[in-house]
Design a protein around this ligand. Structure first.
Ligand SMILES: Nc1ncnc2c1ncn2[C@@H]1O[C@H](COP(=O)(O)OP(=O)(O)OP(=O)(O)O)[C@@H](O)[C@H]1O
Length: 505
């Protein structure tokens, strides 16, 4: 077998890791061959991030062994030795926003000129060389805060390679990217693979696994289930390994009743504008209706949602069940009947130190007991219902959300959006980082919650999300340019979304 003689780039055997009472990994095994792109998949909470923590030396395993190229892993405190062997590009940026790209690349190891003095010119030059060597089309002078997600990931990969690592872990690298950027990233990964870089690729988007990876490892319930070439594991078999049962996935919302043309308008936007992002949008959502909003990153779709939720200044009028909502005020939107799920849970979604119950009921704290006094029993009761309804994998309502896996944290954010019993749900990328079955339960919740009771505006790049919608509008350059009723044609929808001169990297 090819490459069978060379020791694996990384090998983890029998890894166990507990966090207090939680068994995050019971039997974690992984073997990645030199030069391959290896997928690691599993449901939310399966233990993928925990394994990454162990493989990068951030977590010390309770049991098991990690070997790099056949040799034992470095001592836990020897960060430099770890960085030479492995790097991880996380969803959350690890660059310092205030510094330039060049300063970030050489953070803590600035090239020094004569007499040991720091040389800004040399720093810039070496950074430019490094970026060019790995074909990263980014200026070294750019401030890190101005990087797109795509650029930031490439800069982080180049930085890792410059430290000597030839094994890079990508933790859901496509979660915040749109289709064109994903294609560009994949092209870059293929180039780097050609140059001898090995990747471990974590994603909940299974088609991507087939597109970019040669082998796949599946974890379920803290254990290794299978490792196989992707060509030998069909999509159904892969899903079966992940969820542990041979039942196909359900197409959520396939049987939604049609929305009556005279159903009440729960949300009405008239001439809504957001300076710099949205020109003028007229749109309404009826009771019982899910309206999808699609568009590229520059379309203004996210900013439109944020304006409805009171997070941005806006012009024009927003009405919920006929009542005007004051602009730019989150409490006004909330009181007026808007339930909001933000696009980036790591930034706006939850307070990591607070419990599942506290986070989920944050918007209704005044309604959990007499005179605004929170009765823990009432709060926990609400939280337990939500944990069951949304299938949240947690030790219980008192566990801090910061300890949950990414997908489970997202379910808590969804619960919070629903907690105030809103007239209209405004959801931005609700299934980002969520596994196949959890996607079903999250979209299932949106479907169920909007049958007759309320409406939803669902802003997403995900075709699976948009399929649940009764109709999808497409935004380009801050305006609505088209509308597609349920059953839309994928090619037509994508063409309309992408059919603009999008700025490249
Ligand atoms: N610091 C921590 N403290 C307590 N529990 C933790 C901690 N980190 C992870 N866990 C728990 O360990 C389990 C595995 O989580 P992990 O983040 O490894 O899953 P994952 O497969 O990466 O999931 P996702 O796809 O949702 O990111 C989960 O039950 C999680 O709640």
């Amino acid at each position: 077998m090819d490459g069978a003689q060379a020791p694996p780039v990384v090998e983890a055997v029998g890894i166990a890791k507990r966090f207090g009472p939680t068994v995050a990994l019971a039997d974690g095994n992984l073997s990645v061959r030199a030069g391959e792109t290896h997928a690691l998949v599993g449901r939310n909470g399966a233990g993928k991030s925990t394994l990454v923590g162990v493989l990068t030396g951030l977590h010390r395993a309770d049991a098991g062994e990690v070997r790099f190229a056949g040799k034992p892993a470095p001592a836990p405190g020897d960060r430099a030795a770890w960085r030479e062997r492995v790097a991880c590009v996380y969803q959350r940026p690890s660059v310092v926003r205030e510094l330039t790209v060049a300063e970030n690349l050489f953070l803590g190891r600035q090239p020094r000129g004569r007499f040991g003095l720091l040389s800004p010119g040399r720093l810039r030059r070496e950074a430019a060389e490094l970026l060019e060597a790995w074909a990263v089309p980014v200026s070294p002078d750019l401030a890190a805060r101005d990087l797109t997600v795509e650029q930031r990931q490439l800069v982080e990969i180049a930085g890792a390679l410059s430290l000597g690592a030839r094994f890079v872990i990508l933790d859901e690298p496509t979660a915040q990217l749109e289709a064109k950027a994903i294609n560009r990233l994949f092209d870059r990964l293929r180039d780097l693979q050609q140059q001898g870089v090995t990747f471990l690729f974590i994603s909940h988007h299974l088609p991507e696994i087939y597109e970019i990876c040669q082998r796949v490892t599946v974890f379920r319930d803290a254990r290794h289930i299978v490792t196989a070439p992707v060509a030998e594991l069909s999509h159904d078999k892969l899903v079966e390994a992940m969820i542990g049962e041979a039942r196909g996935l359900v197409q959520v919302g396939a049987d939604r009743p049609s929305v009556s043309a005279d159903a009440e308008k729960v949300l009405e936007l008239s001439g809504v504008g957001v300076p710099g992002f949205v020109e003028s949008v007229d749109l309404s959502v009826r009771r019982g209706e899910i309206v999808g909003v699609a568009g590229s990153a520059a379309s203004g779709k996210r900013q439109l949602a944020e304006a409805i939720a009171g997070l941005r200044a806006r012009s024009g009028e927003v009405r919920v069940t006929g009542r005007v909502i004051k602009a730019g005020q989150v409490p006004a939107a909330l009181r007026g009947g808007v339930g909001y799920l933000p696009g980036d849970r790591n930034v706006d979604g939850f307070v990591p130190g607070l419990s599942v119950a506290e986070n989920a009921t944050m918007t209704i704290a005044g309604k959990l007991g007499p005179r605004g006094f929170v009765l823990p029993k009432v709060r926990d009761g609400r939280a337990n219902t939500m944990i069951a309804d949304l299938d949240v994998h947690t030790a219980g309502p008192h566990q801090p959300v910061g300890e949950l896996s990414g997908g489970n944290a997202q379910k808590v954010v969804m619960a919070r959006a629903l907690a105030s019993d809103p007239e209209v749900l405004v959801l931005v990328q609700p299934t980002a980082g969520v596994d196949v079955r959890s996607k079903e339960s999250l979209l299932g919740a949106v479907d169920e919650q909007t049958r007759s009771r309320r409406g939803a505006l669902l802003v997403s790049d995900e075709l699976d999300d948009l399929r649940v919608c009764d109709r999808v509008v497409v935004m380009v350059g801050g305006r609505v340019v088209g509308e597609h009723p349920r059953g839309w044609n994928e090619a037509e929808l994508v063409a309309e979304i992408e059919g603009i001169g999008e700025s490249g990297v």
